[in-house]
Design a protein around this ligand. Structure first.
Ligand code: RB5
Length: 161
């Protein structure tokens, strides 16, 4: 898999460890910054990685800030992105299987490197299951499509799950 990674100034050390870990699993991962520990703003790198994933330059992305929250919110503002902020592996795995998450975020001030690696591994290995989940993922895209009201949308969609 080809991945992009980004962070803010809080998460540089963890980002380095995660890059090495992802490479050790046989994936390609490109660091989209930042490259110094100068204070920066998480929305910059959240958007950068999210745009690159949405444009299909990468299969998926990983984002790290202090909590993982700000940077995942930023990523989720980009059309086509389903970013998930996880502090444990179960949600990371299910976010792939059920929600087809394309960006994983976590917090360098929340979890340690070994738990972060476990979360990354579960997320990388899990496949989207499609099927009954597709209708709901389609609904997420409908919310994203400006002005679409879900109640109106659901009138035209067969309810089968
Ligand atoms: C930076 O101080 C901090 O706000 C940021 O890393 C992140 O936790 C935001 O959600």
């Amino acid at each position: 898999m080809r991945l992009a990674i980004g962070c803010d100034h809080v998460a540089l050390d963890l980002k380095k460890e995660i890059i090495e870990y992802v490479e050790s699993l046989g994936h390609e991962i490109e660091d989209l910054g930042p490259f110094t520990d100068e204070r920066t703003d998480y929305p910059i790198y959240g958007q950068k990685v999210a745009k690159a994933v949405a444009n299909k330059e990468y299969d998926r992305g990983i984002l790290i800030c202090g909590t993982g929250v700000g940077i995942s919110i930023a990523a989720n503002k980009v059309k086509g992105i389903r970013a998930v902020c996880c502090s444990e592996p179960y949600s990371a795995k299910l976010s792939r299987q059920h929600n087809d998450s394309n960006i994983l975020a976590f917090g360098a001030r929340v979890i340690g490197p070994e738990l972060a690696k476990m979360i990354v591994k579960e997320w990388l290995d899990a496949e989207y299951e499609g099927g009954r989940h597709q209708r709901r993922v389609d609904m997420l895209a409908e919310i994203e499509a400006e002005g679409q009201d879900l109640e109106a949308y659901l009138k035209d969609v067969k309810i089968n799950c």
